[in-house]
Design a protein. Structure first.
Ligand SMILES: [Zn+2]
Length: 459
């Protein structure tokens, strides 16, 4: 129930009156359906179902209208109301009709309108009690269409919506609402609460060893373009890095997702965001594994936020660097290359980083390219020496590769953002990332509530 609703039981007469009014609506609907009794009509099941879809909107919309009229009769007859801004008592200025659309269909709300001359402010007490959106399409529609468009293009979302509900909403409306919700999607709401995180940790705790919580960070490049008005020439696009992380729990059988967060942002902001998430995690209840590639900034922030975390160089990234040397030195897919890769990886598995580096130093580079790749690999291994201990990770039950973040990136960023070949304005792209993260994290309801409360008049 919305705020300020005083739920009083209906008197029997009221309830009877409502029943009568709904019956009248049913009669009107039946009249519309009666066309199937025309002489030469033998509609199929599908045709009949479509007739229902087409006609039920008006029927249900009217029912909703009737319900409002009955339930809020006192507000519909209100003669005086205090101005929400200054409290001055204002007189009813007559009825004002507003056409609204909900998931049920179109309705008209006829309610008294008040105007405070001191504040030059018009208002309707009924609108605030019912939480009526200033837009024609109400919050239930806004909520569903925005989450739909997080999965597919705005044009397709509009088509699907019409297809499934029988109600048309324009792609422009969806886009506009999407941007407004995206603006209100803050990290604080997108990330589950501390209580929720505790609950998920409890699910995987078996009372013996503390469960493992993985923090995996990575960047993904997204196509962006500068903002331009409709008539202006579009600016040149460029690829920008969306930095992000995913936090999840490992149990014997499955992965329990906690939170994903990705934004086109700089390193500082990334660090601040990670710190906020870290502050919600009861770190003493878990063993923490930090996963990342060689990027220094990721490690800097991960170790600040999770000082007790075990640092693990992402195995897949590490292997990629090794393949590069093998390819340059021994030729792609040669037996020698394969052999060298296998022995190098198995030495790294046993944490023999020093041996591998010495071996690389002894190599005689085949050419300049090979020399460069060898030099880079030596630097990379030296830099990340302390984070290479895959055998020990395995024994402790830690993951060695961030398959997790890779798939999260694919899911959060790639599927929607790279699909149409569209270039994203940074703000819209970030909004898309935030809403997709919220849906994935199970927090979209909170995000939408925040948007709703900010879009209702504030006093
Ligand atoms: Zn006033």
């Amino acid at each position: 129930m919305g705020q300020g609703v005083i739920a009083e039981a209906w008197e029997p007469e009221e309830s009877e009156l409502f029943r009568q009014m709904i019956h009248d609506e049913v009669d009107k609907w039946v009249d519309k359906l009666s066309e199937v009794f025309a002489e030469d009509q033998r509609p199929t099941l599908m045709e009949m179902s479509e007739l229902f879809t087409k006609t039920r909107q008006e029927f249900l919309g009217s029912c909703l209208e009737t319900l409002i009229e009955q339930k809020y009769a006192d507000l519909l007859e209100q003669q005086y109301a205090p101005c929400p801004k200054c409290g001055k008592i204002c007189k009813n200025r007559g009825n004002n009709s507003k056409e609204i659309f909900t998931m049920q269909g179109p309705s008209v709300v006829k309610r008294p309108w008040f105007y405070c001359t001191d504040c030059s402010y018009g208002f309707s007490p009924l609108d605030s009690v019912l939480e009526i959106s200033r837009k024609k399409h109400q919050f239930d529609i806004q909520k569903k269409s925005v989450s739909l468009s997080a999965d597919t293009t705005f044009t397709r979302a509009s088509e699907h919506f019409k297809d499934l509900t029988g109600q048309g909403i324009s792609d422009h409306f969806i886009h506009e609402t999407f941007e407004a919700v995206g603006l209100e999607a803050y990290l604080e709401d997108v990330i589950p609460s501390q209580e929720e995180i505790r609950k998920r940790i409890k699910q995987v705790s078996n009372g013996k060893r503390r469960p493992i919580l993985v923090v995996a960070s990575d960047g993904a490049h997204l196509p962006t373009r500068p903002k331009a008005g409709r008539s202006e020439k579009r600016g040149k696009g460029r690829w920008q890095e969306a930095k992000g992380f995913r936090v999840y729990l490992l149990s014997k059988k499955r992965i329990i997702h906690i939170a994903s967060w990705h934004q086109i942002q700089n390193e500082d902001q990334f660090g601040k965001d990670l710190a906020l998430v870290a502050s919600r995690i009861p770190q003493e209840l878990v063993r923490i594994g930090l996963l990342g590639d060689g990027a220094d900034y990721l490690w800097k922030h991960m170790t600040v936020s999770f000082p007790k975390g075990r640092q693990i160089l992402d195995y897949y990234h590490c292997a990629e660097h090794i393949y590069k040397v093998a390819k340059a030195q021994y030729g792609e897919k040669s037996f020698k290359a394969l052999e060298w890769v296998e022995s190098t990886i198995s030495r790294l598995f046993f944490a023999e980083v020093g041996n591998v580096i010495r071996g690389l130093r002894r190599m005689e580079p085949k050419n300049d390219d090979a020399q460069e790749e060898i030099r880079k690999l030596i630097g990379y291994l030296n830099n990340n020496r302390e984070k290479i201990h895959y055998q020990g990770d395995r024994k402790g039950g830690y993951p060695i590769g961030s398959g997790g973040i890779e798939s999260a990136h694919k899911f959060i960023a790639h599927t929607r953002m790279k699909r149409s070949g569209a270039w994203w304005v940074k703000e819209t792209g970030d909004g898309m990332l935030r809403i997709r993260c919220a849906i994935y994290n199970g927090t979209y309801d909170n995000v939408f509530e925040r948007y709703k409360s900010t879009s209702l008049p504030q006093f």
